[in-house]
Structure formats: structure tokens, C-alpha cells
Write a protein that binds this ligand. Structure first.
Ligand SMILES: Cc1cc2nc3c(=O)[nH]c(=O)nc-3n(C[C@H](O)[C@H](O)[C@H](O)COP(=O)(O)OP(=O)(O)OC[C@H]3O[C@@H](n4cnc5c(N)ncnc54)[C@H](O)[C@@H]3O)c2cc1C
Length: 325
């Protein structure tokens, strides 16, 4: 088996598949000192399951745990919610340690041999671009000052993106992801920059385009990122684990791909509704029956990420925003 891309899903697959006895060639284009563009926020109650399977102790990587989480927006006042496990962790060291004893290839393997897993995230290096793709630009600073000491989310009006401050020990990740890169920059420009990073983030499921010949997509490559919260770490690990479940059972490639596809659609099918909710809100279609239905799913997404948001808050914040005074 070949793995293209050693981010969170590729590293996890490299570890788990090797431990299960598969022969794996893995390759990544990144430099050794690459600082991963990501908020590094996750739900420790969810990621622990995958850490155990990969022989990792997540506690060793936690940087800051959330107590309260502040959610605000252009059209609504700040609300404070309890954390359900939200934290930041050392994602660079985590990905490195997961595979530190394994041999990474120095050049590209022959991806036409056997099954090749496209774990290249936004790039879709093996699968190629999908005409129905949807992503937003994001920029992030590592900084030593922030306006909030807690985890902080601030949503732009009309679901055009959001801005965040996540504590990282005595530093912070401050970032902005949205449709307009000038606006993203404006939101974070006043912060002191220790390090600047960024990339586009895929916010739409591409489950109709998840395989091609002997190639199968995992993680963000196929849109396993919550369209509403931008959470992609645990969903990518989940998609990798779903592949492993299938790889243990099916040798035949078409059957393996089909069963994986079924599991992905079952697990992440809600992302279609959430993507539609975002599009509706961007187009000013707020009070639709579908939106109210998807609002429930949106609330669950926040809880998955580790924010104990209420249904009432989701409805008043996203579906029926109050006007600014
Ligand atoms: C600014 C930003 C902030 C985010 N914040 C959060 C957050 O706080 N919490 C959260 O849960 N999610 C967050 N996400 C989303 C999350 O980071 C990703 O969805 C998740 O890391 C995707 O994992 P992956 O393994 O699919 O891809 P990635 O982790 O993106 O890994 C892809 C890998 O493929 C490699 N690659 C690319 N092209 C090639 C090639 N041609 N050949 C070989 N290798 C290649 C890359 O170098 C990279 O290592 C954020 C995303 C962005 C952009």
C-alpha cells in the first residue's frame, strides 16, 4: 500500500497499517521544520480513542485545556459555554512521534502499484481537483498576545467564515478563515506575529469523488472537515480508521473502495446538510425549514468539537441573527 501525505490521517494510517502487518510505502513533500497550518484545537475526549489504537498517550501532547469557551459574532453578543473536552495540543510533535521509528520514503513511490491512499489534504495530489470543490482561505499567527484568555470563536455575518483565538500555553494561535482573504487579514492584522502560516481549508464533502482507479482519498482530501466548525483532525482520523476496518476485511480493491465509501457516507453524510446550511446563510436564505433542521446538526458539531453550545444559541446566532444596535 502507498500513502501520499503524512499529515494527521497519513501518519495515523502509516502507524496503524504497519502495526497490523501491511507493507506500506509513505511519502510527504513537506520540509522537516514545517509548522503545520492549523489551530491545533481538538476534543481530547474524542481523539483519545485513536491515540490508544496508535499506541500514543494524548496527555503527553496537550498544551492548553479549555474551561470556558466564548462564542461571539458580527451580529450577536458574546456567550460563554462550558468545554466538553476542547484543548490545543502539539500537533507537529504528535504527527512526528506517531511515525518516528518508521522509514519514510525520500522520493515518490510508484503510486500505480497496489492501493494508493491520497492523504494529501487540500491538495488532492493523487485524486486531482474536483469541479464541485469548495474551500475558504485561512491565515493564522502564532502570537504572544490575544484579547481573550479563553478559547474564543467569532463568526462573521452570513456564514462567511470565522476568526479564532486558541490558547497555546503562554502563546496563542490567532487565525481567520473566510471567503474574503482581505477581511481575514484585517481581522488578525493587529496581533504580534511570531510566526505566520495559512492555507485553504476544504469545507464540503467530496464523497462522489473519493476514488479513482487504484487511488482512494482519506481525510480532508475528500472533505472530512466539518463545514460549520472547520474541525478536521478527529474527522480525518475517523475516516482513516474506517479505511482500516475495511482493509482488514476486503482484499478485492473495488469491494474495498465500495465498502469504505458506504462507511464514509454513513458517518459523514450530515456534512452535505451543513454545507447547504452555510450556502443558504451566505445567500441570505435564513428562515428555511431545512436550516432549522440543520441547526440541530450544527449544534451537535460544536459539541463534537468540545463546545457545549445550546440549540437556542445556534438558532439565534446563525439562523435568525439579531441586528446590530
Ligand atoms: C488554518 C487552519 C486551521 C485549522 N484548525 C483546525 C483546528 O483547530 N482543529 C481541527 O480539528 N481542524 C483544524 N483545521 C483542519 C485540519 O487541520 C485538517 O482538516 C486536517 O489536518 C486534515 O488532515 P489530513 O491528514 O487529511 O491532511 P493534512 O493534515 O493537511 O496533511 C496533508 C499532508 O499531505 C502532504 N502533501 C501535500 N501534497 C503532497 C504531495 N504531492 N505528495 C506528498 N505529500 C503531499 C502535506 O505536506 C501534508 O503533510 C484547520 C485547517 C486550517 C487550514
Amino acid at each position: 500500500m502507498n500513502i501520499c501525505g503524512l499529515g494527521v490521517s497519513g501518519s495515523y494510517l502509516f502507524r496503524r497499517l504497519t502495526d497490523l502487518g501491511f507493507t506500506v510505502n509513505a511519502y510527504d513533500v513537506k520540509r522537516p521544520d514545517y509548522y503545520i497550518p492549523c489551530g491545533y484545537a481538538t476534543n481530547e475526549r474524542k481523539i483519545e480513542e485513536y491515540c490508544k489504537l496508535a499506541g500514543m498517550n494524548f496527555d503527553d501532547y496537550v498544551i492548553s485545556r479549555a474551561d470556558d469557551v466564548i462564542v461571539a459574532g458580527d451580529n450577536f453578543a458574546e456567550h460563554t459555554f462550558k468545554s466538553l473536552g476542547l484543548c490545543t495540543f502539539d500537533k507537529n510533535r504528535f504527527e512526528h512521534d506517531m511515525i518516528k521509528d518508521l522509514k519514510i520514503m525520500k522520493s515518490m513511490p510508484n503510486y500505480s502499484n497496489g492501493v494508493s491512499l491520497d492523504c494529501s489534504g487540500i491538495s488532492r495530489a493523487l485524486l486531482g481537483q474536483s469541479s464541485d470543490d469548495y474551500s475558504m482561505g485561512a491565515i493564522e499567527y502564532l502570537t504572544d498576545n490575544a484579547h481573550h484568555k479563553s478559547f474564543y470563536f467569532n463568526f462573521y455575518s452570513k456564514a462567511r467564515g470565522y476568526f479564532w483565538e486558541f490558547p497555546m500555553g503562554d502563546r496563542y494561535h490567532v487565525g481567520a478563515g473566510g471567503l474574503d482573504q482581505v477581511e481575514n487579514l484585517r481581522r488578525i492584522d493587529s496581533y504580534h506575529k511570531i510566526l505566520v502560516t495559512g492555507r485553504r481549508i476544504r469545507l464540503k464533502p467530496l464523497f462522489e469523488n473519493m476514488s479513482k482507479e487504484n487511488i482512494l482519498g482519506i481525510g480532508e482530501a475528500i472533505g472530512c472537515v466539518s463545514p460549520i466548525t472547520g474541525e478536521g483532525i478527529v474527522p480525518s482520523l475517523k475516516s482513516a480508521e474506517l479505511f482500516i476496518e475495511c482493509a482488514k476485511t476486503y482484499d478485492d480493491i473495488p469491494m474495498l473502495f465500495e465498502k469504505y465509501g458506504e462507511k464514509i457516507r454513513k458517518e459523514f453524510g450530515r456534512y452535505y446538510g451543513l454545507h447547504l446550511l452555510v450556502k443558504n446563510l451566505q445567500e441570505g436564505k435564513t428562515m428555511t425549514i431545512n436550516n432549522i433542521r440543520f441547526a440541530r446538526t450544527a449544534m451537535k458539531e460544536f459539541r463534537e468539537f468540545g463546545v457545549n453550545i445550546t440549540a437556542q444559541a445556534v438558532l439565534s446566532h446563525f439562523i435568525k441573527p439579531k441586528r446590530k444596535k
